[in-house]
Design a protein around this ligand. Sequence first.
Ligand code: CP3
Length: 363
Amino acid sequence: MNTQSISDRAGELGTEKLLLRALAGERLQRPPFWLMRQAGRYLPEYRELRQQAGSFLELCYDPALATEVTLQPIRRFAMDAAILFADILLVPQAMGRTLAFREGEGPVLEPLRHREDIARLRPGAIHDTLAPVYETLRRLQAELPQAVTLIGFAGAPWTVATYMVEGGSSRDFANVKRWAFEDPDGFARLIDALIEATADYLAAQVTAGAEVVQLFDTWAGVLPERDFERWCVAPVRAIVERLRAVHPDVPVIGFPRGAGAGYAGYAAAAGVDAVGLDWTVPLAWARDVLQPQAAVQGNLDPRYLVVGGAAMEAEIERILAALAGGPFVFNLGHGIVPETPPENVARLAELVRGFAGGDDAPS
Ligand code: CP3
């Protein structure tokens, strides 16, 4: 990486937003931080609003409540970024599939198993359903403090396809793998419909005020090498290209969870500015192999955030020591779990904000 020219580009941004500076390749005195699933059930104020709304989906589609829920963790912990409150499964719903979240069961979709079902999807007609999400982003853009970056997001096509084909969460991905391995040309039509819908959704999010977007590929780690390239890397690249045709400069974070050695070269191949690391990625390897190619984000095991205390603090210090010398965004290796004590999140925020060893950069 040509660190100098990327830093110059960041300098030219003329922004105090630490997340934008880190994603442009700048090394900072202390890294920006935000946490996947930073809004949610571990916060009592979230549980209260969720009850008022009636259901999780009603919360997602109500701009006033979704705005409030997005802001809750920012008020408590002053993260450097706010992530839109929504869900990756709103896209299949907007394409015409049924979706419900049942208590204690997770998402339930009508399983999509036939080519004819793909022909009935409406990737070009998603915006009517998703209009409240864009309204939430406009409200957030108006309400967020100047230094806080607004992140939009979507699921990557492979991960969303797993939920659509299996009809919900899965242990072995038997149906979606059968389809992808046995009839790749048919399965490609589903992935292509998701590429179109997802790119258009993200472009509309940026138009509505998102300053960065993240693509969640939660199940990237369950595929063999060649299928990972075909169903994870190539579709993310296609989305980034289509998005950049509308918004050439928007930074994109890719999160191919569980990709293992597949993380090497992922940023360049997928065309993203930064990669989200799950907690199994070794820190020295991330520093030496990945960080010279792109900004990295991660990767505290969220169970350390449940445990707290000296164990959590040592692990946070280890991550900062390894990665804060290059372009870095502190985050978890996957989402916050509901049993996380909020006071541990407060301690994490204090440690990252107080870190001053990143570099001699004048910030
Ligand atoms: O990060 C944030 O704070 C923003 C909001 C956000 C949610 N889901 C809210 C949510 C984001 C970015 C997501 C992404 C998402 N959704 C992913 C990718 C990241 C990951 O966690 O792997 C996936 C796979 C989903 C699909 C999904 N949504 C599942 C499997 C579940 C059920 C499991 C669970 O945690 O309850 C959800 C529900 C969900 N999405 C909740 C929240 C706050 C919990 C809903 C509730 O209040 O009961």
